[in-house]
Write a protein that binds this ligand. Structure first.
Ligand SMILES: Nc1ncnc2c1ncn2[C@@H]1O[C@H](COP(=O)(O)OP(=O)(O)OP(=O)(O)O)[C@@H](O)[C@H]1O
Length: 267
């Protein structure tokens, strides 16, 4: 589909829906090499949107723009209505607190057990008592099935468990937005499916805007309410998941179908 990047109203499937993050004509280049070439995208509240695209196409760069870790060369990133680069450093910090992020490897502190890892954001950012913290930490660790592994160090558990612990930690501050950077990386297909089901269940329970970056098509099929496909710096498709998966666009059809034939080659 074509999205008019000069259009300031909500575009695509988000039209008329409540949105929490709005990207307008976001451009980013590194050393002259263009990665994002005018990305316009509105993320719908209370939905899971998957951002799909081939390796090296800029999905992680996009995610870093959403969370305010990278500043666009051009365009704007609005989070809950505020342009994240036009507000003060303090306001940006407050906005970031509304995000939970699950990084590829869970990004756990190696020196802390799972309990302390999950408690960390609460101890750092709130003045809750240890009793209150314990209640929150245990409820989230049991939500991800890790209530019996609280004393384990990250290097004593499997990659799938590390991701689940990272997910629990991403949830403890009750984020309005949860970002997942390739939650499926390094997991076998069964663990991937189970993690995706867990993400869907938790989303049903808590709501919010979930944004999942991946190049794994089965994960996208399990998770997505909406699908955005990024390639060559642009959003090639943004639609409800069922529409994306039956798209007639040659690139989208090739990529989502996993076919060797089509416009996407080895380069
Ligand atoms: N800080 C940076 N400095 C220079 N180049 C960067 C930087 N961050 C990303 N890039 C480049 O931007 C391009 C897109 O990278 P990115 O990690 O976003 O891709 P991706 O779509 O997430 O890939 P994958 O699916 O393999 O993780 C790559 O060519 C990468 O080398």
């Amino acid at each position: 589909m074509t999205i008019d990047t000069t259009e300031q109203q909500f575009a695509g499937p988000a039209a008329g829906l409540e949105t929490t993050i709005n990207l307008r004509d976001v451009r980013k280049a590194f050393n002259g090499s263009v990665v994002l070439d005018g990305v316009t995208l509105d993320f719908v509240d209370d939905a899971i949107t998957t951002v799909l695209g081939p390796s090296g196409t800029g999905k992680s760069v996009l995610l870093k723009h959403i969370v305010g870790l990278l500043e666009p060369d051009h365009g704007e990133v609005k989070v809950f209505g505020s342009d994240i680069w036009k507000v003060s450093e303090e306001e940006r910090y407050e906005l970031r607190k509304r995000f939970g992020v699950l990084f590829q490897d869970g990004a756990l502190f190696g020196s802390m057990n799972l309990y302390d890892n999950v408690a960390f954001p609460l101890r750092k950012h709130t003045d809750k008592s240890e009793k209150e913290i314990r209640e929150i930490v245990m409820s989230h660790l049991s939500e991800v099935g890790l209530e019996t592994a609280i004393d384990k160090a990250p290097n004593e558990i499997s990659g799938g468990m590390r991701k689940r612990a990272g997910f629990a930690r991403a949830l403890v501050m009750r984020p309005d937005v949860v970002l997942f950077d390739e939650p499926d990386s390094g997991l076998d297909p069964v663990r991937t499916k189970l993690l995706c089901q867990l993400i869907s269940e938790v989303h049903r329970e808590h709501g919010g805007t979930y944004i999942v970056i991946t190049h794994d098509i089965p994960s996208a099929e399990t998770l997505s309410d909406y699908v955005a496909v990024l390639w060559k710096g642009k959003i090639q498709q943004y639609s409800a998941a069922d529409v994306a998966f039956s798209s007639g666009d040659p690139f989208v059809r090739q990529f989502l179908g996993g076919h060797a034939e089509g416009p996407l080659g080895m380069d």
